[in-house]
Write a protein that binds this ligand. Structure first.
Ligand code: ANZ
Ligand code: ZN
Length: 815
């Protein structure tokens, strides 16, 4: 194997010495390249390595195109696992976190990733979280922070509140315990105030993957509908319902309120059935919201014994409590229309409630007794008083206008997006900069007193008790009210780590600024992020929060852009050879450090890029690693051992012409592949080129070989940077290859070769067609379709299928 150890450490030292990765102060041609920062829970694993190698490849390619690049790295360093480690290994969270960071940072340096380490950020250090607290105060100042008693997701084992994103299939994302619901006073951020803009601006981020954009649309979940007020019979209480089908209002045969609705205690008080209702509610709350919405789960409910009045028909119907209705959506109360809503239909069947048809397909009426499903399609309104005969669309509008005029309803837009619950009853987070004073109430910490420091983490009892460990540290908790000067206490909760990561991309712009989170000037220089690389699992969490915070900072004048990232790229996962996720407990983890020590950084990179396109998953196998090693060994022999040195050009020999053409075609394709993130095919092209070149090597002049070496080194540089630099040292200009420009191709020389391939009709060769090598399926087919033989053959028959074997053949399957 070629001496990769020597080569790699030599160039890493050299790049360090010349400050290759330093961010230019005044970019002319800026490019902000960002990979999602890391959670320091241990050393870098192969999945990280893949993600960061993609970024590094882009850095090298863009650098050689003359871009001034900001490519920083940092650590998402607060969070639960540090505290769990503290409990388990009796370590301080800060110690655990910082030692993991040192280890992982060293690994990243050995892997030669092109980060500007001068801009490193660590979210658990006061010079960072000071500004997370500042952000909280700004949000508060603008009315976007509030405190509320709310049912929250509660993990009984971690004894903490979880955000919706941290509940996976009804279980805690960390310990997998079943999550239940509890009512607690919490801090919320009013992200719903931005729902409309977060949704509409998805149209602006066209270079994000479509699946992420769709997931965000669904997560925000806008529904246009109507609201109607149903009065509780004989009481002074009106329940609003949200419906997307106002045309069905005459078909309401019951109303259901969510067991976790804010008004449930009042309903229980009014109910003649209070004890049973109260028991039911208690039981229902043990289930997670998600479980409650499973469609195949039998829907449960209980009669309150109360009646509500349908404001349009005047009919009285029963009020139920039912767990299929969620407090957090719409108004938390549903009008039950069993004839036209499948969930209501199932509920009515189970509970023996009436079914009343009020929308008919244009064909006419139908019989409710024989109904097996709700009729959910729109149609013509029937049995609906003066609205009968109208179409669903028209009628729904009229019904709502009528309700609005009479004061018991109107049009309403609902969102699935919920406000962001950010308080955690945990130690290892940014303290919430708020003070509770008996006289003044809630008082924000004045900005000049930031940061509110976390107390030292020795001698803290981290064992969960359902309240923040900070509550039990008098030195922290006792303070003076900034308003009245009297005794007061600090808020004991800490912030969700998604708050820390909602703005980290901005701190990189100006990581040492002690007066502001970042200067406007630097934001103007570098924002927005040109390419953001990270996992798709953040689609509805971090990737929404950081859009929201960017918009907020734009609104208050801190940023010139209201979308953080122009382009998003989601890399695929690295799985073991059986397709399983790698984990310490399964013992199938592939460490990039071991790999690097046995085959080198460059071969590790090449194998990871060669496995599959970067957005796809990889099933790791030793075999493919060997291919990469063999390739780089040959590159070393051909371009380093046999290096011709810096010879000048000489007259082109005949044997050189085809190689020159192949070289330019290779340049064209490799560039195209890199720009379209097809790193695997780019490497395949380099391998193909090397095959041909090796065959002819002996008959080529030194001058020509030197020229080829220069081009090949540059093509190789994004993939195997150390070896490329080693080649360049022999044939280049004496500076680093990364300070040189990437190669351009000569369009004339790069023209694709023509080849002739057979065209079959139903499997028989009928004629031949000339195409360009490596052309697309569509291009090949359109050349083949111009032929008279085909036209005659097909005439009025249909082409059922077209089989395309690239560069080999086309087969038209005709009826
Ligand atoms: C009556 C009705 C009749 C409905 C009908 C549908 C069809 P989307 O499209 O997701 O917005 N709903 C409203 N709030 C709910 C809650 N908190 N929990 C569970 N279900 C709720 O869904 C809106 C529909 O979902 C609403 O329209 C309501 O049922 C139900 F023929 O109202 B509909
Ligand atoms: Zn006070």
């Amino acid at each position: 194997m070629y001496p990769f150890k020597e080569i790699e450490s030599k160039w890493q030292k050299e790049w360090d010495k010349i400050g290759l990765y330093k961010t230019p102060e005044n970019p002319e041609n800026k490019y902000y390249l960002l990979e999602m920062f890391a959670y320091p829970s241990g050393d870098i694993h192969i999945g990280h390595f893949r993600n960061y190698s993609i970024g590094d490849l882009v850095w090298r390619y863009k650098r050689m195109q003359g871009y001034d690049i900001l490519h920083p790295f940092g650590w998402d360093a607060f969070g639960l696992p540090a505290e769990q480690a503290a409990i388990k290994h009796n370590m301080r969270p800060s110690e655990w976190t910082m030692s993991n960071i040192s280890m992982a940072r060293e690994t990243l340096k050995k892997l030669g990733i092109s980060y500007d380490w001068d801009r490193e950020i660590i979210t658990c250090l006061p010079d960072y979280y000071k500004w997370t607290q500042w952000l909280f105060l700004k949000l508060y100042e603008h009315g976007l922070v509030y405190r509320d008693y709310a049912y929250v997701n509660w993990c009984p084992s971690c004894k903490t509140v979880l955000a919706n994103e941290q509940v996976i299939d009804g279980a805690c994302w960390r310990c997998y315990s079943v999550v239940s619901r509890r009512k607690l006073e919490q801090w919320f951020i009013r992200i719903t105030a931005y729902a409309e803009r977060l949704l509409n601006d998805i149209d602006k981020i066209k270079e994000w993957p479509d699946n992420i954009r769709t997931m965000q649309r669904n997560w925000i979940g806008r529904s246009y509908g109507s609201e109607f007020l149903f009065q509780i019979e004989g009481k002074d209480l009106r329940l609003p319902v949200f419906t997307t089908r106002p045309d069905t209002i005459f078909g309401v045969t019951f109303v259901v309120i969510a067991p976790d609705h804010d008004l449930i205690d009042e309903i229980i008080k009014l109910s003649p059935n209070a004890n049973d209702v109260s028991l039911y509610v208690e039981r229902a709350l043990l289930m997670s919201e998600r479980e409650r919405t499973f469609t195949n789960r039998p829907k449960t409910g209980i009669r309150t014994g109360l009646y509500v009045i349908n404001p349009l028909s005047g009919e009285r119907v029963e009020l139920w409590v039912g767990d299929y209705v969620l407090a957090s959506y719409g108004t938390g109360v549903v009008m039950g229309v069993p004839a036209h809503d499948q969930r209501d239909f199932e509920f009515a069947k189970r509970m023996g409630l009436n079914i009343k048809v009020v929308v008919a397909p244009s064909a006419g009426e139908f019989d409710t007794l024989s109904m097996e499903h709700a009729f959910e399609e729109p149609g013509i309104m029937v049995n609906s008083g003066e609205f009968s005969g109208l179409s669903s669309e028209e009628g729904g509008k009229r019904v709502t206008e009528y309700a609005s005029a009479k004061g018991f309803g109107g049009f309403k837009v609902s969102y699935k997006l919920r406000d962001w619950l950010i308080s955690r009853q945990r130690f290892w987070g940014a303290p919430i900069p708020m003070i509770h004073c008996e006289r003044c109430g809630i008082v924000p910490v004045p900005e000049k007193e930031l940061p509110v420091l976390l107390p030292p983490d020795d001698n803290v009892d981290f064992i969960p008790k359902g309240r923040s460990p900070l509550a039990d540290i008098p030195k922290f908790i006792n303070t003076i009210c900034p308003r009245c000067g009297g005794n007061a206490h600090r808020d004991p909760d800490t912030m969700d780590t998604f708050m820390c990561s909602s703005w980290y991309h901005l701190r990189y712009l100006d990581p040492k600024n002690t007066n502001e989170p970042f200067s406007k000037e630097n934001a103007q220089k570098w924002m927005p992020i040109d390419l953001y690389i990270g996992g798709a699992e953040h689609a509805t969490g971090h990737l929404i929060y950081f859009r929201f915070i960017t918009k907020f900072l734009y609104d208050i004048g801190y940023l010139p852009f209201d979308e953080p990232a122009v382009k998003l790229f989601n890399h695929g996962m690295v799985l073991d050879k059986n397709g399983e996720v790698m984990s310490k407990s399964k013992g199938n983890v592939v460490s990039p450090v071991n790999l690097m020590e046995t085959i080198g950084v460059d071969a590790s990179r090449v194998s990871i890029f060669f496995f599959a396109p970067p957005e796809r998953e990889i099933l790791w196998s030793e075999e493919s690693v060997k291919g990469a090693t063999r390739f780089l060994d040959r590159v070393y022999r051909v371009f380093v051992i046999h290096s011709p040195g810096t010879k000048g050009h000489s007259q082109l020999k005949d044997a050189e012409k085809p190689i020159l053409k192949l070289l330019h075609r290779t340049i064209r394709k490799v560039k195209d592949d890199i720009e379209n993130m097809r790193f695997n095919t780019a490497i395949a092209r380099l391998m193909e080129f090397l095959n041909e070149y090796e065959k002819e090597e002996k008959s080529l002049s030194d001058g020509f070989r030197a020229e080829v070496s220069r081009c090949f080194a540059k093509l190789l540089a994004p993939f195997a940077p150390h070896l490329a630099e080693e080649i360049w040292q022999r044939v280049g200009d004496g500076r680093s290859i990364f300070l040189s420009r990437f190669v351009e191709y000569d369009p004339e020389l790069a023209k694709p070769e023509k080849i002739t391939i057979p065209v079959q009709i139903n499997g028989k060769v009928r004629y031949r067609v000339e195409i360009e090598t490596d052309c697309s399926k569509d291009e090949a087919i359109s050349s083949a379709q111009e032929n008279e033989i085909l036209k005659k053959y097909v005439k009025d028959k249909k082409i059922k299928n077209i089989i395309w074997v690239p560069n080999r053949l086309i087969n038209f399957v005709v009826e």
